[in-house]
Design a protein around this ligand. Structure first.
Ligand SMILES: N[C@@H](CCC(=O)N[C@@H](CSS)C(=O)NCC(=O)O)C(=O)O
Ligand code: FE2
Length: 251
């Protein structure tokens, strides 16, 4: 098992960066991890994968810390919850929503492989990691110490591939080519964990991930036999997320 919140404290942040401790902001219904990153000198900040139900909490934290939220970025068009990016734009004027162009969803900024979201002295590089959905991105911090993998790579797991144009072969290739090629000590921060694990590393997943250490053929077979129930919110979450979430909710 990966490290759990109880057994592990986050590492010191990279010089000059500010990292909220504990590292994740948690939304308990969908078990979603939201990440707040900021440059303390310039106060410029980014939120990754905010959730509608906790968007006000996140906005309050941003205000309390005196941060200037430049981007509310999605790793993909989520199927299990409504993104908080639409509401955050309303609460925090100046904040721009982000999603990949390949997702087919609306946002202020539609990004692609190789594009970067800059905040102060830092940047998040977008890597295209399709397979869970065809628009999945992994955001890699400029110094390659952290990667925010969305649902492409979970701790000791990975995103399902049975809806939203999912493809197990594509996911296998994405993870091996775009994530496992990062430095071994690079920290892996996923969009969800259902067992309380909070962080892993490229080395750990490359050697211990029970799905992705298999051959591509075995991986495909395994993914074809997961038999997971549909996410409970899928029927309204996907249409809402294709429009950048809810923008007219009461604040
Ligand atoms: N029970 C949850 C949905 C759980 C689920 O399907 N999670 C997705 C990520 S959210 S699209 C997934 O890929 N899981 C992989 C796995 O192996 O569990 C709900 O109803 O919301
Ligand atoms: Fe997902």
């Amino acid at each position: 098992m990966g490290r759990t919140q109880e057994s592990w404290l986050p590492p010191p942040p990279p010089a000059g960066a500010h990292w909220i401790s504990p590292p994740q902001l948690f939304e308990p219904v969908s078990c979603t991890y939201t990440y707040l990153l900021a440059d303390l000198k310039t106060k410029e900040a980014v939120l990754i994968d905010p959730v509608l139900e906790t968007a006000k909490r996140d906005a309050e934290l941003v205000r309390e810390l005196g941060l200037n939220l430049l981007y509310a970025a999605n790793t993909h068009c989520h199927a299990d919850h409504i993104t908080g990016t639409g509401l955050l734009k309303k609460i925090l004027p100046g904040c721009r929503s982000v999603i990949s162009r390949d997702s087919g969803a609306l946002a202020d900024i539609l990004i692609r492989e190789g594009h970067a979201l800059e905040f102060g002295a830092f940047a998040l590089e977008a890597r295209s990691t399709p397979g869970h959905t065809d628009g999945c991105l992994t955001y890699v911090l400029s110094d390659r110490t952290m990667a925010f993998t969305g649902d492409a790579l979970l701790i000791r797991g990975c995103g399902r591939t049975d809806f939203q144009q999912g493809s197990s072969e594509t996911l296998y290739r994405s993870v091996h080519e775009k994530i496992f090629t990062l430095p071994g000590e690079c920290l892996i921060y996923p969009a969800h964990d259902y067992t309380g694990q909070t962080v892993s590393t490229v080395d750990e997943e490359r050697t211990l991930n029970p799905r992705l250490t298999q051959s591509c053929e075995a991986f495909v077979q395994l993914m074809n036999n997961l038999n997971l129930p549909q996410p409970q919110q899928i029927d309204f979450a996907v249409p809402a997320n294709l429009k950048c979430g809810i923008q007219d909710a009461a604040t």
